[in-house]
Design a binder for this molecule. Structure first.
Ligand code: PLP
Length: 229
């Protein structure tokens, strides 16, 4: 596994922040409206620690056990942890107890468990609904025409705070196609009550996502380098 030096991480974080700032300005948005979530899956705890020391506070993880192991090693930092991976219902207890945000809720059963299992001393869990925006058979997520119903049901759950939508579109050939897809997610968000968050845009398509109104970009490779598979 290739670990980056603190200098390399600093460079990468600055480049990503610059991209966010430039794209936001170009679209007449405030750079502060676009939050950077550093996706640290498959990267060791020490890389997260260095990125945290460089000012990055929010980290996204896909695999529960890997995330819990790293949280234990980094308990001394005030990291804001986001769960962004597929959710098996037998994992909801640990997810609900150990994260501030979950981006990948796509069914009511999982949402109910996350709400029921949220520890009483913690504030409501922030959740985004993952929307299968390109209607891909292989992909997780609620169908676009089911978002409103799921959102209405989730709003009734006491220990969740519905924040918005998350999407991982199918790869696109051009900026224009990326933008149009993200724009459809944006339009669904605007039509759904309570929502203030769009979690979309990764290393390869964050500019189009910013142009389409995203509020959280989830960036891994552009910060930490390539991952081992
Ligand atoms: C891995 C991952 C990312 C980051 O992808 P990069 O291309 O490395 O920036 C973002 N979101 C999700 C859900 C991921 O699984």
């Amino acid at each position: 596994m290739m670990n980056l030096s603190k200098e390399q991480l600093k460079d990468n974080l600055h480049k990503v922040q610059d991209t966010i700032g430039q794209m936001a300005s170009k679209c007449h948005r405030q750079p502060k409206q676009v939050h950077l979530l550093a996706v640290s899956k498959k990267k060791p705890a020490e890389q997260i620690r260095l990125a945290f020391e460089l000012g990055q506070k929010a980290f996204g993880e896909n695999y529960l056990q890997e995330a819990l192991d790293k949280q234990q090693l980094l308990f001394d930092l005030g990291i804001e942890w986001h769960f962004i991976g597929p959710i098996q219902s037998n994992k909801t207890r640990d997810i609900s107890a150990n994260f501030s945000w979950v981006h990948s809720v796509d069914r009511l059963k999982v949402a109910k468990r996350l709400s029921d299992q949220r520890p009483a001393h913690l504030p409501p869990l922030n959740v985004c609904l993952q929307v299968n925006i390109d209607n891909e058979a292989s992909k997780a997520g609620v169908a676009p025409d089911q978002v409103l119903e799921l959102a209405n049901n989730i709003m009734a759950l006491p220990n969740l705070k519905l924040r918005g939508l998350m999407a991982i579109p199918a790869p696109k050939e051009s900026f224009k196609e990326q933008f149009e897809t993200f724009k459809r997610v944006h339009d669904i968000m605007q039509k759904t009550p309570e929502m203030d968050t769009l979690s979309m845009g990764m290393s390869g398509d964050m500019e189009a996502a910013i142009a389409a109104g995203t509020t959280i970009v989830r960036v891994g490779t552009a910060i930490f380098g390539q991952r081992d598979i």
